[in-house]
Design a protein around this ligand. Sequence first.
Ligand code: SF4
Length: 414
Amino acid sequence: MDLLDTLTAKGLRGEVPTREEALAVLATTDDELLDVVAAAGKVRRRWFGRRVKLNYLVNLKSGLCPEDCSYCSQRLGSKAEILKYTWLKPEQAADAARAGVAGGAKRVCLVASGRGPTDRDIDRVTGTMAAIKDADPEVEICVCLGLLSDNQAERLKAAGADAYNHNLNTSENTYGTITKTHTYADRVDTVQKAHGAGLSACSGLIAGMGETDEDLVDVVFALRELGSDSVPVNFLIPFEGTPLAKEWNLTPQRCLRILAMVRFVNPDTEVRIAGGREVHLRSMQPLGLHIANSIFLGDYLTSEGQAGQADLDMIKDAGFEVEGAGEATLPRHRADIAEAAQAGGSCGTAASACGSGGGCGPCGGHSHAAPSTPEAATSERSDDAPESSDEDELRSDLVKVRRRGAGTELAPNA
Ligand code: SF4
């Protein structure tokens, strides 16, 4: 297949495909799916070998958010019966982080709901990072606190943060349909602030919110332009009690095509299968490892994932290996760009100028490029989306609200 040969050749050279080629990946048929996975797998192995980076989420503050992101179980007005608690104490958060590191995680992701941190919140997170790094200086820490004000990124960097997560989530064109309380430009600004302060930028997307193929391609190219070092690909978890509870738009095949498209556009960037992995890829999860080089271990922010041991078993059974603390994630040339950006305090994009782009967290809540009407949702949906039916609506049994780990008396499942 010419398309896949072209994409593989470009990916092996670290080149980005055209927009038309990226769209064509999303339009491939089920008969072509294994060829698509194999082509993306060659690119993945060229830059990341058979390593899988494990990341571990610690939800520092759950629910009670004043923002209205349609996808999110922690949003203003959410009826989702998630855990709700205010800031964990540093030692509580460090305990939770330790469980993830003991399970094999190389990076700990400290996430708090909210529009953005106060300076006092930065102090709290500073104490948490110190407690984590005291116990394990090698662990990478990524912080996700929402929109940053001036100098907050610099304070986080000085306190030992390695990375900052803020997802763009969806295309600039549709961003206004998923949230009214902040803008796409706000999100871009925060990613740029983090990058400018020398933090590694982690920024990704949420698929399955009713978006078009063009929206997906737009956001993935925007992330490349923005110079994101890691791209979490979330698949919408349609939580009961959120506006997107009935948005079951994804199949495992669709998820694999999306992952492949993200890989081709970001050949040498960390691509992470994030929230919704178990819900939407289900028994096809191991095929996702042939495309992505990174996953979350165990549970998500507000939903439960499969047991950490099941993640480890899956990696081993599929012929991959967990990336060790001493191993570099990014290929040398990409790491050099990131280090130069950190040293110079400027945005180090891989190929071009800092663009646009910006959002909060690796979800357990998720998002929706909310179609304005149910009819719009149907007409805009991708061709391979499953037809909506009563049965689809009942698939909320696939969504398990987190009841263990951080903020509870129960041990996490890392
Ligand atoms: S995504 Fe973040 S900002 Fe948006 S509602 Fe959820 S916790 Fe709040």
